[in-house]
Design a protein around this ligand. Structure first.
Ligand code: ATP
Ligand code: MG
Length: 471
């Protein structure tokens, strides 16, 4: 039985004129053009639409010729796989010819042989999940649903298109991460057989390129941002699924090591891995912050093993974070910022730092990093107690930061009202490390006394420093 609410929405498919024009041209050549994948799924669910994938029996060369004849720009995306990108006005359509794929042994993402086919019935079985294998005929609005995707939407289930999930998940290791990702974004459960097959096939993820793994991981970490589900029901769920399927052992063995590692009940409700997951899901939706959270305690098992306690896991964690993020081919800026968060996440743990100390630290770090430290502390605390409560230390730091901003405090040496040349002139010295030392000292001074960041006052300060040194 297909669930009624889904089909009520079918009638509301509103296809844009560009798409209808394309479908009419296909129709003129005797082909039915269908929308497939995320757009059909999301239309049925009343969710926002992202890209539009279209499909038909027309062979790629013919798609290219037809589009060019009609003045549309086309970009061949992988002709062997039947993929052609079509641009009409500001709209982009990715057309893939109906096909059936054959995969080689192993889990690599690319099929070894592709044969084009004439029907969506066959095409559906080379797709991953039933909810992604529904076809909407553009000119009629008819839904073709060979694998029961609409029914699965009604049951809120992710299930492979084939009744033999091993055949689907075993062909392409990336599908295991896509499985966790769709379940996380949509808040769906994974059908039992699909889940069992995922556990068996997880080792195949080792054959997937780091970039693809990274992209799926990012989507899981940001799953709440996709359709607005609460992070506890999306991000946390996605992370649990990575763990339960065994994907985590392959893509992030450093984290798999944290599984079940107990920690002091005085501060923690959860063992290390569960704490890490909760911290990540408690953090606001910023990918660098969430990566920092994901890796912030990664060195705890190593420390425990080496020295019997977890001291120093922040410094050791920084190097693990760098290794992991580089391995996953994150850009240098993301690696640096996330690893920096890991390194500093224990800052002022007891919240007792004096205000001038905080101000000097924040001025040295800059506003963005100081705010990020407040964010990670908040997430870390909430991830320890398992509740979305107010975190006093983070609130205090944010207040101090606001006050610094209001008072016009410098956040970095470039905010000082003097240059290196000024310092050399005022102190009567030449270029050298002393200039940098004076600059750093001025920044620390002005962090707590922002009014002194004015040329006359700075000049006096520099002169005093120079005299003091001579004495
Ligand atoms: P999103 O909303 O994230 O774009 P989507 O379902 O459109 O979701 P895409 O990655 O854009 O996902 O892929 C489009 C369609 O292509 C999918 O719905 C699915 O049918 C098919 N597909 C994509 N990647 C794979 C894969 N690795 N294995 C099998 N089918 C895939
Ligand atoms: Mg898509």
């Amino acid at each position: 039985m297909r669930s009624a609410p889904c089909f009520a929405v079918v009638m509301n498919f509103a296809f844009e004129p560009e798409l209808i024009r394309l479908a009419e041209l296909f129709h003129g050549k005797g082909f039915l053009l269908c929308v497939v994948g995320g757009r059909v799924r999301n239309s049925l669910m009343g969710l926002p639409l992202s890209d539009t994938d279209v499909t038909s029996a027309m062979r790629p060369e013919e798609v290219i010729a037809l589009c060019r004849e009609n003045g549309f720009a086309v970009v061949p995306k992988g002709l062997d796989f039947g993929m052609v990108e079509v641009h009409i006005g500001d709209k982009t359509y990715e057309h893939t010819t109906f096909r059936a794929d054959t995969y080689a042994e192993g889990g690599a993402h690319r099929p070894k042989r592709v044969s084009f086919s004439d029907s969506p019935q066959e095409d559906a079985f080379r797709r991953d999940f039933t909810v992604n294998a529904m076809y909407a005929e553009v000119l009629t609005g008819n839904i073709v649903d060979p694998t029961g995707g609409a029914e699965d939407i009604g049951r809120r289930l992710i299930r492979t298109t084939s009744r033999d999930p091993r055949a689907i998940l075993g062909d392409d290791g990336l599908r295991i991460m896509r499985l966790c990702r769709f379940a996380a974004e949509l808040g769906f459960d994974i059908e039992e057989n699909t889940f069992e097959a995922a556990k068996e096939c997880a080792p195949l993820l080792a054959d997937i390129s780091a970039e693809r793994v990274r992209d799926e991981l990012v989507k899981i970490l940001m799953a709440d941002a996709k359709y607005g589900l609460p992070a506890q029901e999306s991000v946390l769920r996605g992370l649990h699924l990575l763990d339960e399927t065994g994907a985590l052992d392959v893509i992030l063995p450093e984290l798999a090591r944290c599984r079940g590692v107990e920690q002091s009940p005085k501060y923690h409700r959860f063992p290390v891995l569960e704490h890490i997951f909760r911290t990540t899901a408690m953090a606001k939706p910023d990918i660098t912050l969430r990566l920092g959270c994901l890796l912030h305690d990664a060195a705890k098992p190593e420390m425990l093993e080496k020295q019997g306690n977890m001291h120093g896991h922040d410094a050791a964690g920084e190097s693990i974070a760098r290794d992991v993020l580089r391995r996953l081919r994150f850009d240098n800026d993301t690696v640096d910022r996330a690893a920096w968060l890991v390194r500093n996440h224990m800052f002022d743990l007891d919240g007792r730092a004096k205000e001038p100390t905080l101000k000097r630290r924040f001025a040295g770090w800059g506003k963005e990093r100081a705010l990020a430290i407040a964010d990670i502390r908040e997430a870390d605390f909430r991830g320890s107690v398992g509740e979305d409560i107010e975190v006093g230390t983070a609130e205090r730091w944010r207040r101090v930061l606001r006050e610094m901003e209001e008072a016009g405090a410098p956040f970095g040496e470039s905010d000082l009202e003097c240059t290196g040349a000024d310092i050399m002139e005022w102190a009567g010295i030449g270029p050298g490390p002393r200039v940098g030392e004076i600059k750093a000292a001025l920044l620390m001074h002005c962090a707590a006394k922002p009014k002194d960041n004015e040329r006359g006052k700075l000049k006096r300060l520099v002169r005093d420093m120079a005299c003091e040194r001579k004495r």
